[in-house]
Design a binder for this molecule. Structure first.
Ligand SMILES: Cc1ncc(COP(=O)(O)O)c(C=O)c1O
Length: 377
């Protein structure tokens, strides 16, 4: 049979259901571009962190430590959670997908707010479970009462993105606690705190960890991709209320999911908390400037508790989703022409808006100037 005559491959039905992750474009555009599309850190890793990764590479003929003990011990020391209740992942996305595989199946339900992190819809699509998406409130915040109201005997997983990606808003811990009180203990609650270090509303990143002592069904998900600036190395972790979550997510994954250079870099990154703090302070100052700049153009910006902002764009003619998306696409394309990459709201579940990462002061200024030219003419 010639190649062109070959029959097309028959994939599992879930391949037709699983959405394609909306990756940001522009990674191949060169250096003169402000990369404000993926909520990465504006700061490169510290030299000590790069050196630690390089040292690990010298031993790359060996498989990495399959129990990842140095990193789990370092996280245990930092957060006071026993190593048995610390799960690691190839990015926190890896842990999210593993949680879906471990908890969901046809007949089960998963509840989350929408728009929230764009990986969440994959969990139901790949497992055949039912997804209940609860709209955010008018301030682009989670509606916790409505979320709790969707929990049934079939619910296995409830996801709370705090601060929420893409809308940047955060709930106070008192509200999170009220939700935990309202949810039965057989429901795993994943509190996705990828951006918690930037959240003034949450305060000390240790505070939510204290909730684990009371709620064994709680899992706090965090990452080295954001505040620690290690997005390319892919390290995430979960602080778990019970050991069973860790063993289950380890069962569904390949044995060596976290490479040695990434492990070594993460251990070293944890040592430099003073520098992490300094970077947070600089990011929050830059965020303030960015928000002021956008608001001075007359646009609505959500109350940000993250290293990104959520901006509502002017409506075109009409008020359907199509008009909103067209207006948004024009602004995002105009920004791209001016060397600024941001994320359009529609692929993230929020038509008529855009998400902008806090960059360096120069990048932020370039963005505000370009946006001003587009919305004010
Ligand atoms: C809310 C949220 N959770 C999890 C992640 C996953 O991050 P990573 O897989 O890089 O740890 C992201 C990344 O953008 C995110 O925004």
């Amino acid at each position: 049979m010639r190649h062109s005559e070959a029959m097309s491959l028959e994939f599992a039905a879930k391949i037709r259901r699983i959405p394609v992750y909306p990756v940001a474009a522009g990674y191949d555009l060169g250096t003169d571009v402000a990369m404000l599309a993926s909520n990465e850190s504006a700061f490169a890793p510290l030299p000590e962190v790069v050196e630690a990764a390089n040292r690990a590479l010298a031993g790359a003929h060996r498989y990495p430590d399959p129990a990842y003990m140095p990193l789990r011990r370092a996280l245990s020391d930092r957060y006071g959670v026993p190593v048995e209740r610390i799960a690691l992942g190839n990015g926190s996305c890896d842990l999210l997908l593993a949680a879906g595989e471990a908890l969901l199946e046809p007949g089960a339900e998963v509840v989350y707010a929408w728009p929230a992190f764009s990986v969440y819809p994959h969990l139901a699509a790949s497992s055949g479970a039912r997804a209940l998406q609860v709209p955010l409130d008018g301030d682009q915040r989670h509606d916790l009462r409505a979320l709790a109201g969707e929990v049934t005997v079939a619910t296995r997983l409830l996801l709370v993105c705090n601060p929420n990606n893409p809308t940047s808003t955060a709930l106070g811990l008192d509200q999170v606690q009220a939700l935990l009180e309202a949810v039965p203990r057989y429901v795993c609650v994943i509190l996705d705190e990828a951006y918690c270090e930037f959240a003034l509303t949450l305060g000390d990143p240790q505070a939510s960890v204290e909730l684990l002592a009371r709620w064994p069904n709680l899992v706090i998900l965090r990452t080295f991709s954001k505040v620690y600036g290690l997005a390319a190395l892919r390290v995430g972790y979960a602080l778990c209320g019970s050991e069973t979550f860790r063993t289950a997510v380890d069962q569904v994954r390949q044995p060596f999911y976290l490479n040695a250079a990434a492990q070594a870099a993460a251990v070293e990154a944890l040592v430099h908390q003073d520098e992490v703090e300094r970077r947070v302070v600089k990011t929050l100052a830059a965020r303030g400037g960015l928000v002021d700049g956008v608001r001075s153009l007359g646009l609505w910006v959500a109350e940000s508790d993250a290293n990104f902002i959520w901006v509502r764009l002017p409506r075109g003619a009409g008020d359907g989703d199509a008009e909103l998306s067209a207006g948004e696409a024009a602004v995002v394309a105009g920004l791209r022409e001016r060397g600024v990459l941001v994320r359009a709201g529609s692929p993230l579940g929020g038509p008529g808006a855009m998400r902008v990462t806090v960059g360096t002061p120069a990048e932020n200024e370039r963005f505000v100037t370009a946006l001003g030219a587009l919305v004010q003419g």
